[in-house]
Design a binder for this molecule. Sequence first.
Ligand SMILES: Cc1ncc(COP(=O)(O)O)c(C=O)c1O
Length: 612
Amino acid sequence: MAVRNSTTRARQRQLESLSPFELKDSLIKLAGENAEREAVTMLNAGRGNPNWIATEPREAFFLLGKFALAESLLAWDEWPGVGGMPAKPGIAERYGRFLKANRTEPGAELLGKSLTYATKTLGLDADAFVHEMADSVIGDNYPVPDRMLRCFEKIVHAYLVKEMCDGKAPRKPFDLFAVEGGTAAMCYLFDSCLVNGILKRGDKIAIMAPIFTPYLEIPKLDRYSFNVLELQASKTNEDGFHTWQYPDSELEKLADPSVKTLFLVNPSNPPSVMLSAKAVKKIAAVVKAKNPGLTIITDDVYGTFVNGFQSLMSVLPRNTLGVYSFSKYFGCTGWRLGVIAVNQDNIFDEKIAALPAAMKKKLNERYGTITLEPEKLRFVDRLVADSRQVALNHTAGLSLPQQTQMALFALFALTDTEDEYKRVCQGIIARRLHALTKGLKIPMPRDPDGAHYYVELDLLTWAERQYGAEFAKFMAANYEPVDVLFRLAENNSIVLLNGGGFDGPEWSVRVSMANLMMPAYEQIGAWLAEAVVDYKAEFDATQSSAPAKRAPVKPASAKRAPAKPASAKRAPAKPVSARQSTAEQSAARLSIPRPATPKTAATRRAPARTRG
Ligand SMILES: Cc1ncc(COP(=O)(O)O)c(C=O)c1O
């Protein structure tokens, strides 16, 4: 059967200028049409939304709601359908009785463990903690303090120390601002940095590429117009495989004091690899010795998927604004839960204090309605005020039921002393990765720095390695780098994202390990391999006597579009045991040889809305 490809090269070129998250819509349309035509199921591996959820902290949330409603009626039960506001005195004792009476209910165990952890380990007052939980879960008050509720902040702080700082508490604590996911965190941070003169329009900023596209697109917006310097993850191992790490020469670019800010996603997206310990050390040394005023914004949403993760917010707390989102690890993208961490000892307050008098005067007027001493308003509190245009500061803050669920997610991880949940998540991903590589028939170098949430495959260098440089040249000359994505969508109903759109190698594709069942990944791997074989057949046809230099890889699958991909109907695979998942995790690191030329900062993309 001939390969279908109804999207012309000119059209592909146009679509390439979109964000990968927008280009995806065209692919979904093609994949959907094929799915209908061939009666197959669309396999959308473009989405970063996980297809699992953490159940226990949700069970705890709903059980807590039952307690809180009882407390409400205890406070005031005079009118039908109307309750009062939970009262603090004696609430911990009533909670203890409630948990005892409901001990067999789903969620009761976590609520009990959480109370012990909050009071014994964190030293929180029992009534204060239980009242905060009960009052918040029903949401009968504005968030006070607006930045984050007191007990919840301590809990999430402990969670960040455990998961983002490899258990090492910073010298001074972080102040946390609870926000509507990593997305809101980014908007608030960029905005407040600009308003407060921490970043200026046209500033030189460094971005560690490949990277989540909003970090490429926001700097280009007119109000920022940043001068972008990309640091490329161009390191390879001794076999020529991408490691997605940064050579020292790239990291040394941060020594230039005209570089004002560094943006990074760690572990990265799409390669999904954390900065090596060596790279972290190097960045810390360069910043301390050469550029101590460097502002760092690190987005560590995938940090929980690797063992021993240590964010730059832990290593360079004074310089770093940390962004963490609960979305991926707990399968709660719909909850919109994120947090911004600003260390109490930081350069941002110092930068504000050192602003020229005229700028300070302007800022004092801006914040003069919310404090009598606006000059002393800390950066983190400016962030909160700016998030509500200052004028609505008194109603700022993340909704309280959201903060409650966030605290329960954090408590779930904090009381999981054996990291059982982490190992299950890692196991789910490792099995999918194993299936993908089985389909692709390519090796999996071991990489303990890999989170494997996504896989970035560089098809051009794969083609070169498999069939030689002439063939790779033919591919590059005759097709757009996104051509393979259109083929896979139109012929196999598979949706992947273009790695070039993340300023990774142009011929790379991003496969999300997050959102399809295991068998689908073997199928995707096989069809990807087959697509390269198809290009090879087209290349051979252009050669007069066209003998293949090497035998083509025989994909694991039958020829394209079977009636129903195995994945379509199978029941979810059982989670692997902790031991299995660790073994698979350590075995799993997929990479293919180095790209010819990575894309430069001068990308074609226009600012576009992003999703997913
Ligand atoms: C690096 C990165 N940051 C943030 C987000 C979005 O996080 P949230 O759902 O919390 O807005 C994503 C989602 O894909 C991401 O990949």
